[in-house]
Every structure is written in structure tokens, then in C-alpha cells.
Design a binder for this molecule. Structure first.
Ligand SMILES: Cc1cc2nc3c(=O)[nH]c(=O)nc-3n(C[C@H](O)[C@H](O)[C@H](O)COP(=O)(O)OP(=O)(O)OC[C@H]3O[C@@H](n4cnc5c(N)ncnc54)[C@H](O)[C@@H]3O)c2cc1C
Length: 319
């Protein structure tokens, strides 16, 4: 992502540094193990923060410790996407919005149909993720669309924003149903959390998210919320992304389980390697086994919600 931002001069408010914050000693212990694993794989930008250290990066009493990852960070995702779209256009690519694919007929070339037209394609990449529906039935069974919600406060001003997150890191906690937040370039707090399995739109986003924000930052009780939104991501049972092929010239990449901003970029890079004859790294992902959610299409939502309730209880009890 950093390389693309630089190469195409994309203005998307890149800020370095992401924090994984532990609410319980058990979670902190797991972060220490995480640090050791990631260091083994070459991430030398990690720093463990004890209770005092975490208080220096976030003005909340909620956490007992944290892992700071300076190789992480945050961006304005829409502006990143718009900048990348512009880079595609500049290289002769074309983007057609409002033209949902209604069918794919395999073959060489394959045929893609929309409501008003059809395209013959040498290669197809299926990347509809949580919004793909049943277009490719063999993909639908292995994943589950989920909703998550975000609020943005009124503009807090630079001073108040830096009081909350002095180094302007983004933060996520270690709970099974996690909270995630950051401040924006115009100094709002953007706070997200919660999962709606099955991706139904929640009735009242503020009622869901404001209590989470105030649990972290009770000092914001008088602050107004100006924007709320919801969107869908695609969850896999293993939380690992699904990359693969359907026939020789149809590829798919989906199911980033909430971490698609980085992982979609990896997916794109590996796909470009495949199309230029280097399939090794793509195949490392494609070989990962994926299983359907227990309960089938009918019961997977209540079963998963029950599982999440169990893990949330464990988070609360710190066991
Ligand atoms: C509220 C929210 C907060 C999030 N926060 C984070 C975060 O902090 N960090 C992070 O890493 N990730 C986050 N995510 C997850 C991240 O947004 C996704 O993982 C990522 O967008 C996946 O990218 P994608 O290109 O695979 O799918 P998407 O961005 O969902 O794009 C899929 C596209 O395919 C199109 N499409 C679907 N079906 C068809 C069809 N039949 N024909 C044509 N087009 C079709 C859709 O219209 C859509 O434009 C968040 C998600 C939400 C909803």
C-alpha cells in the first residue's frame, strides 16, 4: 500500500502505527506470543507496551497492555480506492460502475453478462466479496456476509484528538467482537465495532456503537456523532482469505474476514504474478483448506452468533 501511495501520489492521509490493545491479562499474554511469532517472520517493528506504556498511546483506562506495530497504520480508505482507480485509468484500464454481473459462463473466452450487455473475457477475477450473493454458488457456501458499523464524531479539533490518541495510531482491541478506532485528518474520532452475522442492516447504529465508544472514552460523553454507516465484509470459518480458481481462467479472491484493506492489496499482487506466469505464492493461499460454517445456509447465522456470544463471555471473564 505504501509503495502504491508513493508511486501514484495518492492523497489518503497515511499515518504510521497500529496498536492491538489487551483488556485482560490473558489477552496481553497472547499478544506477547503474537509478538514472538511475527518477529520470527520478519516484523522487527513491534513494541510491547505495559499498562503505563499503553496509557501513553491512548487516553483510556480500559487496557492492561498492548502491542504496537509500527509496520501497521491507517489511511482514508475511500481516497485510497479513488487514487488507485485513477492509477488504473491512467494506464489505460476502464472501470464500469452500475453494471452488476448477472451470469458467468465458463469457457475460453468466458462470457460475462450484465443486464444490458455482455463481455468476452480471457481471464475473470471474481472479487464481489460480501456483495457477490449467489452469483457463483460454489463460493457462497464457504463464507458468510457480516455487517459492521462505524460512527464519526463531530470535529474535535486537533488538540482534543491528540489527547485521545497522542501519536495518531489506530487501535483495535483483542476481543472476539472487537472495537476499532482512529482519528481522521479533520480530527474526528471514527469508532467501529460489533458484527451482525448474516449482514442485516442494524436498526440503530448509534445505539450500538456509542456505548462502546463511551466505555473506552468516557470523556467524550458530550460529543455529538455526525455520521454513522454500516457495510459488509465476508467472514470465513478460519478467518483466512479464500483465493483460488474455478476452471483454468476464472480466479477468485474474497473472505478477508475484516482485514481486507491490506489483504486485498496482497491478493491483487499475487494475482498479477499468476497472470504473468508465477503461481507459487498465489497457490500457497489457494491450497489452504476452507470449510463451510456449521449449520448450513439455514442455521449458520444462529450457530455463529451463539459461538460469538460464548467467546465474548470468555473475553469478559478473562478466561
Ligand atoms: C464498516 C466497515 C469497516 C471496516 N474496517 C476495516 C478496517 O478498519 N480495516 C480493514 O482492513 N478492513 C476493514 N473492513 C473490511 C474491508 O472493507 C473489506 O475487507 C474490503 O473492502 C474487501 O475488499 P474487496 O475488494 O474484496 O470487497 P469490497 O470492497 O466489498 O468490493 C466488492 C465490490 O464488488 C462489487 N460487486 C459485488 N457483486 C458484483 C456483481 N455481481 N457484479 C459487479 N460487481 C459486483 C461490489 O459492488 C463492490 O464494489 C471494514 C468493512 C466495513 C464494512
Amino acid at each position: 500500500i505504501r509503495e502504491r501511495i508513493k508511486r501514484y501520489n495518492i492523497q489518503c492521509d497515511l499515518q504510521e502505527g497500529g496498536v492491538f490493545a489487551a483488556e485482560t491479562e490473558k489477552q496481553f499474554h497472547e499478544l506477547k506470543a503474537q509478538q514472538a511469532r511475527w518477529q520470527k517472520w520478519g516484523n522487527d517493528k513491534l513494541e510491547l507496551l505495559d499498562a503505563r506504556g499503553v496509557r501513553e498511546v491512548v487516553a483510556s483506562d480500559r487496557y492492561v497492555g498492548a502491542l504496537l506495530d509500527k509496520s501497521g497504520g491507517h489511511i482514508h480508505p475511500l481516497n485510497l480506492a479513488l487514487g488507485e482507480a485513477e492509477a488504473i485509468r491512467m494506464q489505460g484500464g476502464q472501470i464500469f460502475e452500475q453494471s452488476a454481473v448477472t451470469s458467468i459462463t465458463p469457457g475460453q473466452p468466458a462470457l460475462v453478462k450484465t443486464a444490458k450487455g455482455a463481455v468476452k473475457a480471457r481471464y475473470i477475477v471474481v472479487a464481489g466479496n460480501a456483495y457477490l450473493g449467489n452469483l457463483v454458488p460454489e463460493l457462497a457456501g464457504k463464507s458468510m456476509p457480516c455487517g459492521t458499523q462505524v460512527i464519526a464524531t463531530e470535529v474535535l479539533g486537533e488538540e482534543r484528538a491528540r489527547e485521545l490518541l497522542p501519536q495518531n495510531y489506530c487501535l483495535e482491541d483483542c476481543n472476539y467482537l472487537l472495537d476499532y478506532y482512529r482519528t481522521s485528518a479533520d480530527h474526528r474520532l471514527i469508532y467501529g465495532g460489533g458484527v451482525v452475522y448474516g449482514a442485516r442492516d442494524p436498526a440503530d447504529i448509534e445505539r450500538l456503537i456509542i456505548p462502546k465508544m463511551l466505555k473506552t472514552f468516557p470523556q467524550l460523553k458530550d460529543v455529538k456523532v455526525e455520521y454513522t454507516w454500516t457495510g459488509n465484509f465476508l467472514l470465513t470459518l478460519s478467518r483466512l482469505p479464500q483465493f483460488g480458481r474455478i476452471g483454468p481462467n476464472i480466479y477468485y479472491m474474497q473472505g478477508y474476514s475484516g482485514h481486507g484493506v491490506t489483504c486485498t492489496h496482497l491478493a491483487g499482487k499475487l494475482l498479477s504474478e499468476v497472470l504473468s506466469g508465477q503461481a507459487e505464492r498465489f497457490d500457497a493461499f489457494a491450497k489452504l483448506p476452507h470449510y463451510p460454517f456449521p449449520g448450513g445456509r439455514l442455521f449458520r447465522i444462529p450457530f455463529t452468533a451463539a459461538g460469538a456470544a460464548w467467546y465474548t463471555l470468555r473475553d469478559r471473564l478473562g478466561v
